[in-house]
Design a protein around this ligand. Structure first.
Ligand SMILES: NC(=O)c1ccc[n+]([C@@H]2O[C@H](COP(=O)([O-])OP(=O)(O)OC[C@H]3O[C@@H](n4cnc5c(N)ncnc54)[C@H](OP(=O)(O)O)[C@@H]3O)[C@@H](O)[C@H]2O)c1
Length: 404
C-alpha cells in the first residue's frame, strides 16, 4: 500500500463508521447488533432492515435507535400502524420498501453494509453496496451463488471491499493472509459439521422430520440454513461461494466433516503446510472481523477453554448420505446460469420441506432434476438470472404437482 493510501485507510479507521444491518431480525442480524453494541466507540448503527417480523424489529429500534429503519415486506395494515408509531425511537426515520433500502445503502450515510438477508432476496442490496463502493460484510452467500461473477465485478468497478462473514470463508480469509499470495495456495479445506443427522442410517434419512432437521448439534442459525446444513446443501453453496471469493478452481476445494465445529476451515499451501482458524462456534467472531479488518479488538464471542480436554476429528464426506454436495461442485465448475437455478430450486424445496410437503431427502433430488432441465447459458445478464430464479421455483412446485 502506498504511503498516502495507508494514511487514508488509517484516517478512515479512526473515524466512527456508519453501519447498515440488512436482515437485522435474523440470527446473523442479532449477532451483528451484539458485536456493534460492544464496539459503540467505533461503529454507529445507522440503518436496520427487516422483512416482516415487526415486533422484534420494533424492540431493536427502541434499543439501538438507528437513524433509519426500513421494512421490505409487503405493505399491510400492520406495517401502516408501525409507520405511524411515534413512541420508543422517535429519532428513527421509518420507511417501507426495497427501493428505499437501496437508496439508503447508496447514500453517504452508510460506510459498511452487513448483508444478512436470507436467500436470493439479498442479491439486489449486495450488488447496490458493491457498486456504491461500501465495505460489504457478506453473510448472504446466496448473492455469490446466484450471481458470483457479477458481484465480484461490481465490487471491482465500485471500488468496494468484500469481507466474508460465513465462518468458513472468514477462516480461509484469515488463514490465507499467512501466505504471500494466491499462487502459494494449493487448496482450501472447508469443514462441515455434518448436521444433526450425521449418525442416522442412510436408509432412515427419508423419515427425518422438520424438528429432526432443525436440531443442529453445534450452531444456532435461521431455519433455512439449518435445513441446508442437514442436507449439506449449505456446504454445496459454500463451495461456490469460496470459488468466487478466493478465485479458486473446484479442484482446489476439499470438504471434510468436522463434527466439533472448532476448526472453521483451513488452507493448504504449496509446501504442504496447513493453516487453520479455530474458535468455538460463535458467529460474532467472523462478523466482528469483517467489521474491523485488518484490526482486531476484544470480542464478546466465546473463547476456547484450553483447560478442558477437547477432541478434534475429521472424516471424508459420504456422497451417498449427502448427495447435495456434488451439486455445489458441479455449479462451481459450470458457472453461468447454474447457480441461480440450484439456489432457486433449493430455496423452494426447503420451504416445502419446512411446510411438511416433501421429505428431506427429496430436496437434493428435486434440485438435481431442475438443474438438469434448465436452459443453460454461460454468461447471463441479471434479468436472465432473475427469470431463472423464478422459473426454478415454479419447476419445484410443478415437480410435486402443487400449484404455485
Ligand atoms: N445464521 C448463521 O449462523 C449463518 C452463518 C453463516 C451464513 N449465514 C447466512 O446469513 C444469511 C442470513 O441467515 P440467518 O440464519 O440470519 O437467517 P434468518 O435468521 O432466517 O434471518 C433472515 C433475515 O432476512 C430477512 N428476510 C427474509 N426474507 C426477506 C426478503 N424477502 N427480503 C428482505 N429481507 C428478508 C428476515 O426478516 P424477518 O425477520 O422480518 O422475516 C431476517 O431479518 C443467510 O444467507 C445465511 O446463509 C448465516
Amino acid at each position: 500500500m502506498s504511503g498516502i493510501k495507508k494514511q487514508l485507510a488509517e484516517n478512515q479507521r479512526n473515524q466512527i463508521q456508519n453501519v447498515a444491518v440488512l436482515g437485522a431480525t435474523g440470527s446473523i442480524g442479532h449477532s451483528t447488533l451484539d458485536v456493534l453494541s460492544h464496539l459503540s466507540d467505533r461503529f454507529r448503527i445507522a440503518l436496520l432492515s427487516c422483512h416482516q417480523r415487526l415486533d422484534r424489529f420494533q424492540e431493536q429500534c427502541d434499543r439501538f435507535k438507528p437513524r433509519r429503519a426500513i421494512v421490505t415486506g409487503p405493505r399491510n395494515a400492520e406495517v401502516d400502524a408501525w409507520l405511524q408509531k411515534t413512541d420508543g425511537c422517535s429519532e428513527t426515520v421509518r420507511e417501507v420498501g426495497t427501493t428505499r433500502l437501496i437508496e439508503a445503502i447508496e447514500s453517504d450515510e452508510i460506510d459498511i453494509v452487513v448483508a444478512a438477508i436470507v436467500g436470493c432476496a439479498g442479491l439486489e442490496s449486495s450488488l447496490a453496496a458493491a457498486l456504491a463502493g461500501k465495505r460489504l460484510g457478506l453473510a448472504n452467500k446466496e448473492s455469490l451463488v446466484v450471481a458470483g461473477e457479477m458481484l465480484i465485478n461490481a465490487v471491482r468497478s465500485g471500488g468496494a471491499e468484500l469481507l466474508p462473514i460465513d465462518s468458513e470463508h472468514s477462516a480461509i480469509f484469515q488463514s490465507i493472509q499467512s501466505g504471500q499470495g494466491k499462487s502459494e495456495v494449493q487448496r482450501i479445506i472447508l469443514t462441515a459439521s455434518g448436521g444433526p443427522l450425521r449418525k442416522w442410517p442412510v436408509g432412515d434419512l427419508e423419515n427425518a422430520t422438520v424438528e429432526d432437521a432443525l436440531a443442529h448439534p453445534t450452531w444456532n442459525m435461521g431455519r433455512k440454513i439449518t435445513v441446508d446444513s442437514a442436507t449439506m446443501m449449505n456446504k454445496a453453496l459454500e463451495v461456490i461461494e469460496a470459488k468466487w471469493l478466493f478465485d479458486l478452481t473446484p479442484e482446489q476445494i476439499t470438504v471434510v466433516i468436522h463434527p466439533q465445529s472448532t476448526i472453521h476451515s483451513m488452507v493448504e499451501f504449496c509446501d504442504g503446510s496447513v493453516i487453520a482458524q479455530l474458535s468455538p462456534p460463535d458467529m460474532r467472531l467472523p462478523i466482528q472481523y469483517a467489521l474491523t479488518y485488518p484490526d482486531r479488538f476484544p470480542s464478546p464471542a466465546y473463547k476456547i477453554d484450553w483447560g478442558t480436554p477437547h477432541q478434534m476429528e475429521w472424516y471424508p464426506v459420504d456422497p451417498e448420505r449427502y448427495p447435495a454436495l456434488e451439486l455445489g461442485f458441479e455449479v462451481a465448475k459450470r458457472g453461468g446460469t447454474t447457480g441461480a437455478v440450484l439456489n432457486g430450486a433449493n430455496e423452494a424445496a426447503v420451504e416445502l420441506f419446512l411446510n411438511r410437503k416433501i421429505r428431506l431427502t427429496e430436496i437434493a433430488k428435486i434440485c438435481r432434476s431442475v438443474l438438469n432441465h434448465h436452459d443453460y447459458s454461460p454468461s447471463p445478464a441479471l434479468d436472465e438470472l432473475m427469470r431463472l430464479d423464478r422459473w426454478s421455483r415454479e419447476e419445484v412446485f410443478r415437480w410435486i404437482n402443487i400449484p404455485c
